[in-house]
Design a protein around this ligand. Structure first.
Ligand code: UDP
Length: 405
């Protein structure tokens, strides 16, 4: 990938911030737009020192500020967890409709490539398993998940309309369940909930009977897929599933987390946080393999160990887990956490996986994440200061829309 200017809308989320970090590491200029409704400034604070990184606090449903001409526009700006989009239903619908239209306008105005990040939720409670891109889904247009499912479907339709009618160089990815450091501890997703509960010795909340399935992809793998789909010319006008086909029941995921954390937490079975919980979910990724040559490479237990360390725990396995509380005690939270916990943890895991090239990439990403985790999760005051202070970087010529007042 030659050096390009990339706009990442939703760049302060878990996936977006990892994408920003990876694009920067590959030598690109990155303009991150985020309204911080579910994204967190702590996720991108570690990138502020990079002169090729620019953060603009902006809501993509409003007029976009003047920006340098982008070569690539990634649209990840939407709440994405059931808890997040239930809290922000109208904002979610607008981000995927009006936000998509504005970002397509930006791409078209500069002849840039556009990537719309859709979701496996467009398949609803699927009657075809695993899900291929040709499956049209089983979605309730009025159900509790419909604000997300239907607005993502609308965003897909709008992207294709601009591809067909106006020659947009656009493509769509459907992202399946993804986890990794930088995940928001408050947004109720399964991996963060289970690890947090297991580390605190609290009951682990299994929704329903726990026999529903999910297939979990590590964030660094997912980000390589996003870039691969964006960079492949043959993905123009295509929709591509990105996720890890390694399928588990929720009960199995809980058991793996409990074992890796040495926890004695018990399981409690409760109703789902949001109704209409899909019974199964597993991507068919043949299209990503054939069009892009992409497949995930991080085994679930390797990724979970990184997460456990990032959340302050000691994952069993290689005996090198870092005590995050020691990093706090030495007064250097972000460095302590990054250098000790996640970097070591992930580098070890990836090497054990035998995939050195990927291990290097993952290690770098994990380093950025660990900083963000420390800042975002454990130092709310630091986040607030940055938000009002000089830590924001601005694009030259930008009116600075969304500047803190
Ligand atoms: N889940 C669970 N306990 C939790 C959080 C989630 O059993 O504390 C289940 C949830 O019902 C779903 C799966 O884990 O079947 C994944 O939920 P998540 O919110 O992470 O994402 P979703 O796949 O629903 O978008």
């Amino acid at each position: 990938m030659k050096a390009l200017v990339a706009v990442v809308a939703g760049g302060a989320g878990m996936i977006g911030s990892s994408l920003c970090e990876t694009l920067l590491r590959k030598g690109n200029e990155v303009i991150c737009l985020d309204n911080l409704s579910t994204g967190r400034i702590g996720n991108v604070e570690p990138l502020f020192g990079n002169p090729r990184f620019h953060f603009i606090h902006h809501d993509v449903t409003c007029d976009l500020p003047d920006l340098p001409a982008p070569d690539r526009v990634f649209h990840l700006a939407s709440p994405a967890s059931p808890v997040g989009y239930s809290r922000l239903p109208i904002e979610t619908m607008l981000a995927n409709s009006e936000g998509t239209r504005r970002l397509i306008g930006l791409a078209r105005g500069h002849g840039a490539r556009f990537l719309f990040c859709s979701t496996s939720e467009v398949y609803g409670d699927p009657q075809v398993h695993p899900q291929t891109e040709t499956y049209r889904g089983n979605v309730s247009p009025i159900g509790p998940r419909s604000t997300y499912d239907e607005s993502k479907r609308y965003g897909e339709a709008m992207t294709m309309a601009y591809v067909r009618s106006y020659g947009l160089d656009g493509r769509i990815v459907r992202i399946f369940n993804t986890y990794g450091p930088y995940a928001d501890a408050q947004d109720g997703r399964v991996v963060v909930n289970f690890i947090g509960q297991a580390l605190r010795g609290e009951p682990m909340t299994i929704y329903g009977d726990g026999m529903q399935t999910r297939s979990l992809c590590y964030v660094a793998d997912l980000v390589e897929g996003l870039i691969g789909v964006m960079e492949a010319e043959r993905t123009r006008g295509e929709v591509v599933n990105l996720g890890n086909p390694d399928e588990h029941t929720v009960l199995e995921i809980a058991e793996i987390v409990r074992r890796l954390t040495h926890s004695t937490s018990r399981f409690i079975f409760t109703p789902p946080a949001v109704a209409d919980d899909p019974r199964v979910r597993r991507p068919n990724i043949d299209k990503a393999r054939s069009l892009v040559g992409w497949a995930p490479s991080t085994p679930l237990e390797v990724g979970l160990r990184v997460m456990i360390r990032a959340m302050g725990g000691e994952a069993n396995g290689n005996g090198k887990a870092h005590d995050a509380s020691a990093a706090h005690a030495n007064g250097d939270m972000s460095n302590g956490h990054a250098n000790g916990a996640t970097m070591n943890g992930h580098a070890n895991g990836a090497t054990a996986n035998g995939d050195m090239a990927n291990g290097h990439a993952n290690g770098d990403v994990a380093n950025g994440h660990a900083n963000g985790h420390a800042n975002g999760h454990e130092n709310g005051a630091a986040s607030g200061e940055s938000h009002n202070g000089a830590a924001f970087t601005h694009v030259p010529g930008s009116p600075g829309a969304g500047d803190p007042a």
